[in-house]
Design a protein around this ligand. Structure first.
Ligand SMILES: [Fe+2]
Ligand SMILES: [Fe+2]
Length: 377
């Protein structure tokens, strides 16, 4: 049996454990509506940028102490400027728009994959551009930031990959879902470049089910939450979604059941995540999860497993590099609700309006990639 087949078999064993799937009866209903006025009363701003706020709203058990907003940017996948400036231009635009928010955001969360190949110059370039944003910034890593030098440069720049702070009645937690991957490189004698390349393939299987929270961090999460009132809002930022969406692309964390066990006692948990580069919405038990746009490119929806509660995003124009991408404003308002506002550049309608708008309407069949069948290593 080849190494690749062995890895596939191991991955299959992890993915197909009994009891894998969430109980659909635990799902709550969602109220979604398109709000065709602007959150911040700035109609002219909306016309300039060509977007309408899209709001996902859900009642929470207890309001934040006062209304406030924060901004999310992620998945900028920067190459050095000498390779291309396309992605540089888009993170620069997002940073400027976040800084121009009026009223200002209380902080910016950067949700991972700032770099494409984890090189020091890519990470430094991102760090320089984010200096444009003068408000408080917090960051979590993506797999593209980590597996070239195993997080050395990222931690030099930003410190611990997991953290917590309280803000206006909400406990915020940054969770690291990328650094607990299995060792797929030592036996294969991979160079750092090969290790990163294997991790950077969305549909590659060499790195296996790398997304996970890990036992130590689960204990830390439990301890962090133990001092928090169970009815008060908790917002958890993670790079990967904290449920099982599509494991072959690591659109999950492999220990999502343990994560859910830790979160179960808390009445009002929101997980906001990157990595999927698409509009996504799910609820499991009392936790809801919201997928964020990338600034770099939109990934297609997975061939299966898209949460039923997702109102799909529009199929984008491949000729327009600003289509299907952007950043997000998130608001805890004074009516006990939290709103997500996708800022998708160049689009007035973010959600699909007709079957032709969405790739979800076409049947897709998952097959191994040609590259994996040949195997470069
Ligand atoms: Fe990404
Ligand atoms: Fe990612």
């Amino acid at each position: 049996m080849s190494e690749l087949d062995k890895t596939r078999r191991e991955m299959h064993a992890v993915l197909q454990k009994p009891g894998e799937h969430p109980d659909p009866s635990l799902r709550l209903s969602r109220r979604t509506f398109i709000h065709k006025s602007c959150l911040f009363g700035a109609a002219s701003l909306a016309e300039t940028f060509g977007w309408w706020p899209i709001m996902n709203t859900m009642e929470v058990a207890q309001a934040a102490e006062e209304p406030f907003s924060f901004a999310w940017i992620s998945d900028t996948h920067l190459y050095p400027k000498s390779v291309n400036t396309r992605f540089v231009d888009k993170i620069t635009r997002a940073a400027k728009e976040v800084q121009a928010m009026n009223p200002p955001a209380d902080f910016l969360i950067f949700g991972g994959d700032i770099a494409q190949l984890g090189r020091a110059d890519e990470l430094e370039l991102g760090n320089e551009i984010l200096k444009e944003v003068k408000i408080k910034k917090v960051l979590i890593p993506g797999e593209h930031d980590w597996y070239f030098d195993m997080g050395k440069k990222w931690t030099d720049l930003y410190g611990q990959p997991n953290w917590t702070f309280d803000h206006k009645g909400v406990r915020f937690i940054g969770l690291d879902t990328v650094t607990h991957g299995p060792d797929y490189w030592t036996e294969r004698h991979f160079t750092p470049e090969q290790r990163m390349d294997a991790m950077a393939d969305l549909d590659g299987s060499i790195a296996g089910p790398w997304a996970g929270v890990g036992r130590d961090q689960l204990d830390w999460l439990q301890k962090t939450l133990s001092s928090w009132d169970k009815s008060k809002p908790v917002i958890i930022f993670s790079h990967n979604p904290l449920y099982e969406y599509y494991p072959p692309w690591n659109f999950w964390v492999r220990d999502w059941r343990e994560v859910n066990d830790v979160l179960k006692p808390y009445a009002n948990v929101t997980n906001i995540h990157g990595h999927v580069h698409q509009v996504l919405y799910n609820e499991i038990g009392k936790m809801r999860s919201i997928g964020m746009l990338a600034t770099s490119w939109p990934w297609p929806y997975a061939p299966e497993g898209v949460p039923k509660l997702t109102k799909p995003m529009i199929r984008v124009d491949p000729g327009d590099i600003y289509d299907g991408v952007g950043w997000s404003k998130l608001t805890m308002n004074d009516k006990s609700k939290i709103d997500t506002d996708y800022v998708m550049w160049g689009r007035k309608e973010v959600f699909v309006q007709s079957p032709a708008d969405s790739s979800l309407y076409s049947q897709e069949i998952l097959q191994p990639r040609m590259a994996d069948k040949i195997g470069p290593y």
